[in-house]
Design a protein around this ligand. Sequence first.
Ligand code: DP6
Length: 332
Amino acid sequence: MQPGKATAIAHPNIALIKYWGNRDHALRIPANSSLSMNLAGLSATTTVAFDDSLTEDGVVLNGVERSGAAKDRVVKMLDRVRAMANLHACARVESRNDFPSGAGLASSAAGFAALAVAAVAAAGLRLDEAALSRLARTGSGSACRSVPGGYVEWQAGVEDTSSFAFSIAPPEHWALRDVIAIIDAKHKSVGSTQGHALADTSPMHAGRVATIPDRLNRVKAAILNRDFAALAPVVEEDALAMHAVMMTSAPPLIYWQPATIAVIHAVRAWRAGGLPVCFTIDAGANVHCLCEPSAAEEVQRRLRAIAGVQDALTASPGGPAHLVSNHLESVR
Ligand code: DP6
C-alpha cells in the first residue's frame, strides 16, 4: 500500500441530550446515549499526509506545532489507522478551525471527526459511516456525532462495535438555529475528558443516566415532528441534569458564570412571552440558545444586550464530515 494524503471537513455539534460520563474511558464508551445537531457555519479542516521520509508524526493545530498531550491524542488515532491499514509511515497532520478558537466553543468534535475521515482516506482505506464514527469516538466522544449529517443519535452501546452515531434526520429536515452566547472565551480549567472521569463520583449521575431513555425518546419525537414546544423543556431538563451531576462531583465542576445564569433566566422569560427559544450548556460558561429560524435575529439581538455576553454567533443544521480532496493518486 502506497501512503497518501487527504483533506476532510467536519462541523462541531451541539448536544440536545448530553454525553457525560463513560462506561469505558479508554475507548470512550459513554454512560448514556446522546443526540445532537451538527453546526453549519463552523468547521474544522484537517489534512493528513503519510510520508515515508518522516521520522516522527507532526501535528499543527491552528498554525501552532503541538507537542505533549494534544499531539499524543492525535498520534493515538493515527496509530489506530496505521494498524488497520498495516501502514508504517509517519504522518503530518494540519488542522484549522474557521471559528474563533478562543471563543470557548468545543473544537475537539469537529477536529477528530475530520481527522478520522482524512486519516482513513490518506491510508487508502474505505470504511462505512458507522466505522468512521467509531474511530472518531476514540479521539473525542462527541466527535462520533460529527461524522453523520444533520440530527444525529449516538447509541451508547456496550463495547467498541456497538457504540457509534447515525443520522435520524438530514439538516434540511428542520432549520433550527443555535445562537451561541459567548460568555467566557478562555480555555476551560477542567476539560471534558477529566470531567467525564468525575461523573461517577456524583450521587446524581445514576439518576440522570436512568432517566435518559425517556428524554431521548421525547427529544427524538419532537425533532421528527418539528415540535419546538415539546423540544424546549426536555433540552433544558437534560442540560440542567448534566450540570447537577457536574456540580455534585468530587471535586465539584462549576462551569457557570453570572452571565450564564442571566441568560438562563432571560431565555425562560422570553419563551414564556412567546419567543420559541430554549437553552443548553456544555462544559463551559457559554449558552447555546436553540430557536426556530424566525426567532434567531431577535434572540441574537437580545443576547447581545445582556451584561457579560461578549458576542452571539448563529449556526444552522450542518451536513456530515466529508473529504474535500484525496491526493492518493498523485502520490502513487
Ligand atoms: C458537555 O466529547 O468533549 O459537550 O471524549 O473527552 O473529548 P472527550 O469529551 P467530549 O465531551 C462532550 C461533553 C459535552 C456534552 C456533549 O457534547 O454531549
